[in-house]
Design a protein around this ligand. Structure first.
Ligand code: ADE
Length: 473
C-alpha cells in the first residue's frame, strides 16, 4: 500500500501521467511510496458524442464543464468514501508550504482540474472540500497547478526524497529564501566561489548561508522578512527562559508553529503559538489578564493545548477543555555528548513497525499506529538490540521533543533506557538542537533517569488539554 494516492480528474490525462512520470516523483511512484491515477472526465460523459461542456445559463463567454461527467468520474474514484477533494482554481485560497504539509498527512487526495470557463457550481458544492489557487494569474487549465501541488506535497511524504534531512532542512530555513549555491569549477568566467565555502569550517559556512538567506529575503521578499524578524525576536526573548519555553522556541524555530498572538511587557512574554497541522496551541501568559486576552485568539479548530500556568489551565477548562496529562518539562542544556554504554543501537525500519506498535501504542498514552509509522519512515525512531532482538525503543516526536521510551521488561535494570536516551541526545546535539522532553508527573523512574543524565527539570508544571466536542460538554 502506498503512503499517499493522488487521483486527478482531468480532460487531459496524458498531460498528468507524462508530467508526473519523471524525476523524484516518478521514482517514488515506481517504488510504490505513492501512486497516482489520471481519470479522464470525458470517459464518464453520458453524451453519445463525448461532449462534456455546454453554454452557461444567463449567457456569457465560453463553455462550462457539466456536472454529470465530473460527478461520475469522482464516484468512480471515491465510491462511497469521502475523500478530500481539491478544486484547482484561480478563485481558491493560495497554496503554501503550510498547506502542502497539511495535505501530505492525508492518505488519499482528489484533484479536480477545470477548463474552459469553469465547472457547473452544483457538482463543486457536492464533492469539493478545498478550493486552492497556485497564484494570482490565470492559466488555461488546472493540470499544471495540480502537478505543482502534487510535487510540493509528494516531496514531504516520508521516503520520497530518500535523504529525509532534505525536507527537514527546508523547515529550518522556514520563512527565508534559499542562500546562493555554487559547484565546480572554483572559478568560472572570472567569478570565484566565495572563500568561506572552501574553508571546511561548517560553523562559518552555516553563518554565511544564514546571512545570505536573510539579505536575499529582505531584498526580494520584504513581506517574508518581516514575518521572519518577528519570529526571531520572539525566539530570542523566549530563549531567556529556555527551561520553561523550550517547546515553544523549538516549535517556532523548526517551522512547526506560527505566532497568533505575542505581547512583551517588561521582558515578560505572553504568546500563543499554533501548530496548524496538529491543531495544537502552545500558550504562555505572563499574567492572568494577558492569559484572558490570549485565549480570545484560540483558533476554533484547536484540538490540543499545552499550557504552563495554572490560570491558563483553569481558563481553558472553562472553555470546555479537559486535562489529558500533567507533565514536567526536562531539557539538556549541556553541549557535550553523553556516553552510550549499550553499543547496538540503530535507526528502526518498517520491519520493526509491529514490534514498536505493540510496545508504544498499546497502553502508552494512546499513540496512534499511523503516527509511529510516520516516525519510523522519517528516521526518527531508534532501537536497542540484544542478540539481534529489539529490546528497547526511543524516538523524536514531530515537533522535536524526545519520547516514546520503552524497554522490554526482561531487559530492564541493565541501563538500556539510559543508553537509548543518551544516544538520542547525541543525535539532537549533532543537529544543533536542544534535547528536551516531557515526563509525566509521578513517573519517578523517568525523573530519576533524566536527572542522572544531566537533564534540568523546568520549574513550571505543564498541562496537556484536549478540547471536548460540543455534544460531550
Ligand atoms: N487554473 C487556472 N489558473 C489557475 C491558478 N492560478 N491556480 C489554480 N488553478 C488555476
Amino acid at each position: 500500500m502506498s503512503e499517499i494516492s493522488f487521483h486527478i480528474l482531468t480532460l487531459f490525462p496524458e498531460m498528468i501521467s507524462g508530467g508526473l512520470r519523471c524525476g523524484v516523483i516518478g521514482r517514488a511512484a515506481l517504488k510504490g511510496i505513492l501512486s497516482f491515477d489520471a481519470v479522464n472526465i470525458r470517459d464518464y460523459t453520458s453524451d453519445k458524442h463525448g461532449k462534456v461542456d455546454d453554454y452557461p445559463y444567463g449567457g456569457g463567454a465560453g463553455m462550462l464543464i457539466q456536472a454529470q461527467p465530473v460527478y461520475d468520474a469522482y464516484r468512480a474514484v471515491a465510491g462511497g468514501r469521502k475523500i478530500r477533494t481539491i478544486y484547482v482554481t484561480p478563485q481558491g485560497t493560495p497554496f503554501t508550504q503550510q498547506k502542502a504539509r497539511e495535505l501530505a498527512a492525508e492518505k488519499e487526495l482528489v484533484f479536480l482540474c477545470g477548463h474552459y470557463e469553469g465547472i457547473d457550481e452544483r457538482v463543486l458544492e457536492e464533492i469539493v472540500t478545498d478550493n486552492i489557487s497556485i497564484g494570482d494569474y490565470v492559466l488555461t487549465g488546472g493540470e499544471l497547478p495540480a502537478m505543482v501541488m502534487i510535487d510540493a506535497i509528494a516531496r514531504l511524504v516520508p521516503g520520497v526524497l530518500g535523504n529525509h534531512s532534505s525536507a527537514e532542512e527546508e523547515s529550518f530555513h522556514n520563512d527565508l529564501l534559499e542562500y546562493p549555491q555554487y559547484s565546480r569549477p572554483e572559478e568560472w568566467q572570472g567569478k570565484k566561489v566565495p572563500e568561506v565555502l572552501l574553508s571546511g569550517d561548517h560553523r562559518k559556512v552555516a553563518a554565511w548561508r544564514l546571512q545570505q538567506a536573510e539579505t536575499r529575503t529582505a531584498l526580494r521578499r520584504p513581506d517574508l522578512y518581516e514575518k521572519y524578524s518577528q519570529k526571531q525576536c520572539l525566539i530570542r526573548l523566549m530563549a531567556q527562559d529556555k527551561r520553561n519555553k523550550i517547546h515553544m522556541t523549538e516549535s517556532l524555530a523548526r517551522g512547526y508553529a506560527e505566532i497568533l498572538y505575542s505581547d512583551i511587557r517588561e521582558k515578560e512574554v505572553s504568546a500563543l503559538l499554533y501548530d496548524r497541522d496538529r491543531q495544537t496551541v502552545l500558550a504562555s501568559a505572563a499574567d492572568e489578564a494577558s492569559g484572558r486576552e490570549l485565549a480570545d485568539y484560540l483558533p476554533e479548530d484547536t484540538k490540543l493545548a499545552v499550557v504552563s500556568e495554572p490560570f491558563m489551565k483553569e481558563l481553558l477548562e472553562k472553555r470546555h477543555y479537559r486535562v489529558l496529562g500533567v507533565y514536567s518539562q526536562v531539557l539538556y542544556t549541556g553541549r557535550e555528548s553523553l556516553s552510550v554504554k549499550h553499543k547496538d543501537i540503530r535507526q528502526l525500519s518498517m520491519e520493526h513497525y509491529v514490534w514498536v506498535c505493540r510496545r508504544c501504542c498499546d497502553g502508552y498514552g494512546g499513540i496512534r499506529r499511523e503516527y509511529i509509522r510516520k516516525r519510523i519512515m522519517e528516521g526518527d525512531m531508534y532501537g536497542a538490540f540484544v542478540q539481534e532482538q529489539p529490546a528497547g525503543v526511543i524516538g523524536f516526536h514531530e515537533e522535536g521533543s524526545l519520547g516514546m521510551l520503552f524497554v522490554e521488561e526482561s531487559f530492564r535494570g541493565q541501563g538500556l533506557g539510559a543508553s537509548l536516551e543518551s544516544y538520542a541526545v547525541n543525535r539532537m546535539l549533532e543537529k544543533g538542537r536542544v534535547p528536551y522532553g516531557y515526563v509525566e508527573k509521578g513517573n519517578l523512574i523517568s525523573e530519576k533517569l533524566q536527572e542522572k543524565l544531566g537533564f534540568y527539570k523546568a520549574e513550571k508544571t505543564f498541562w496537556r488539554l484536549e478540547k471536548m466536542l460540543a455534544n460531550r460538554c
